[in-house]
Design a protein around this ligand. Sequence first.
Ligand SMILES: [Zn+2]
Length: 146
Amino acid sequence: MQINYSGDGKNMVKELSDSKEKMFIKQGSSTDYITSTNTLIFDPTKGFKFFDKQGGNETGKQSPAVLLLHDISHAYRDIFNGINETMYKGMTPLQTASAQAQDEQFVTRFYETPGAQKLGQGTRRSYEQPKEKFTPVSVTSTEEQK
Ligand SMILES: [Zn+2]
């Protein structure tokens, strides 16, 4: 599989809004991007806490805004790089799972992590790192609501 890397976070949002492609944004109970309908779902009330292992020590937190950045990156890769369900046609379930896992690592490493670092928030070494949701005081904060 070929992976193209194009644009940083700033250009990404501009390129998406300049594009003729229609994208839908909805508020929901999790943050996710659905390639088949170009739908970005955003939960502005939940961030992630990462742990070094299952039941281990916390290694950092990300605000809902960084989760949104992660999924805007999927939207970008869908619309401009063709990383979507059409790419998985003809693949076995195992090949599809492997391509999706590669896509998650790519988004985590090249979009989410630089964005989180710029904001002084936590990063994860791998998409697979254990995580939990938490409720921050605001959409851009990693401070937990008491
Ligand atoms: Zn993802």
